[in-house]
Design a protein around this ligand. Structure first.
Ligand SMILES: *[C@@H]1O[C@H](CO)[C@@H](O)[C@H](O)[C@H]1NC(C)=O
Ligand SMILES: *[C@@H]1O[C@H](CO)[C@@H](O)[C@H](O)[C@H]1NC(C)=O
Ligand SMILES: [Cu+2]
Length: 395
């Protein structure tokens, strides 16, 4: 109950200073995750409707009629889920646009996304552009689904705090409307000291993606070495290494570190973006970090591999939630919307905390998965989900 303790402490310290202006602060004490979502959405609508200024310049093309709403996977209808699955399968079946000599492991259009992430990993994690680049990256994926595979919906997300039994959730239940089931139950140890192994660990053999192979990596594997996952023929991980998609979907992280109170504490306890994004990656108030906890809730190969993780099909729903969490933080306090929209803080290389400071004008790159007309787009165009190239809100 780390999160609850923190909120109690926060509330106590707020009360000390509340005085005459106590009313708005009292409201804060009872904020639930649902309240945060409700407030964020209401404020984001005001921004879109022009009744609240977030400091961004936006054209008229993104408006109440054109904005798309990203939903939780479990809130999609079965037909909507099937349509998403169809589009993902389509990307998995189209040929790669990369050089076969440089990237022999990249066979499909989907693999192009994995290579781009592998190439950019050190410059887009624990850096100033962490949230911004990944927002852009998910948008590129959603755009490819739409423009290359006629996808009719919006990119769904996985609400970390929604399920208490993740393998049984609509995302992983192995039904025809899931993203494939958990990996087969195989005896194995956890790849992370101090954590229990999950109930899977083997190949995904149920649902629409049963029997699927991945081909790139591994580069930074986190599974038990006894599982003997084959090494990539090349040191850079770009060689062709066909092997089954493995998962170890587990409840350890969601039940310990991703409860509603953990999410609320992380959002309400970090008012500057530097601390907000650092604690998403390094943990907050004694809890494991939400970002890595999401990855490790799926685990497996490549789910736990920071470089190759987008080859895990649910990567996009996990990072969709990360993007939503940031959007909630940026929007849930009306008086902070303008300030938070343009906050930008941190370095430019994950291995070097003293690397050059990121600037809001830094260009961001996506190589062969760049959506048309967005080459080298600056971070400051990626601040709002309804400005720059984006036009979406979260339900
Ligand atoms: C913004 O516009 C939409 C669509 O017209 C409407 O449904 C919504 O209530 C408006 N929200 C605000 C906060 O004005
Ligand atoms: C998956 O990879 C294995 C191991 O290389 C191979 O035997 C199998 O034929 C591949 N399956 C598919 C569907 O490509
Ligand atoms: Cu990443």
């Amino acid at each position: 109950m780390v999160g609850t303790t923190l909120i109690t402490a926060l509330v106590a310290s707020l009360c000390l200073f509340s005085g005459a202006g106590g009313a708005p602060l009292e409201k804060k004490q009872t904020l639930s995750l649902e309240d945060i979502q409700k407030q964020a959405l209401a404020n984001a609508w005001k921004v879109l409707n022009g009744t609240l200024d977030d400091g961004m310049t936006r054209g008229k093309t993104c408006n109440a009629q054109t904005v798309s709403i990203r939903k939780e996977y479990g809130d999609l209808s079965k037909d909507e889920r099937k349509e998403y699955i169809r589009a993902v399968k389509c990307l998995l079946s189209k040929p790669s646009k990369l050089s076969a000599t440089k990237y022999p492991g990249a066979k499909t259009r989907y693999d192009d996304f994995v290579v781009v992430h592998m190439n950019m990993t050190p410059s887009v994690h624990s850096t100033a552009n962490f949230m911004h680049w990944h927002r852009y990256y998910i948008y590129a994926y959603e755009t490819a689904l739409k423009t290359e595979c006629e996808f009719k919906g919006s990119q769904p997300y996985w609400n970390w705090a929604k399920y208490t039994d993740l393998p049984a959730s609509p995302i992983f239940d192995g039904s025809e409307t899931s993203m494939g089931g958990n990996g087969e139950a195989v005896s194995h140890k956890s790849g992370m000291p101090g954590t229990p192994a999950g109930p899977g660990g083997g190949c995904v053999k149920t649902g629409p993606f049963a029997g699927m192979n991945i081909t790139l990596g591994p580069l930074m594997p986190t599974m038990d070495a006894a599982l003997k996952i084959p090494k990539n023929p090349r040191a850079d991980g770009y060689g062709y290494n066909p092997r089954c998609l493995r998962r170890d979907v587990n409840n350890y992280f969601i039940t310990n570190w991703m409860k509603p109170a953990n999410l609320v504490a992380q959002i309400t306890g970090n008012s500057a973006i530097g601390k907000f994004q650092d604690s998403l990656q390094n943990g907050f108030g004694g809890a494991q970090a939400l970002h890595s906890s999401g990855h490790f809730s799926i685990w497996g190969d490549p789910g736990g591999d920071v470089y190759v993780s987008p080859a895990e099909l649910v990567f996009w729903m996990h990072h969709g939630q990360l993007d939503r969490h940031w959007w909630q933080w940026a929007n849930y306090l009306e008086a902070q919307v303008k300030t938070r929209a343009s906050m930008y803080e941190g370095g430019t290389n994950w291995m070097n905390p003293n690397s050059a400071r990121g600037k809001a004008t830094d260009p961001q790159w996506l190589d062969v998965v760049t959506p048309a007309g967005t080459e080298g787009i600056q971070s400051n165009q990626l601040f709002s989900t309804t400005a720059g190239p984006f036009c979406y809100l979260y339900q």
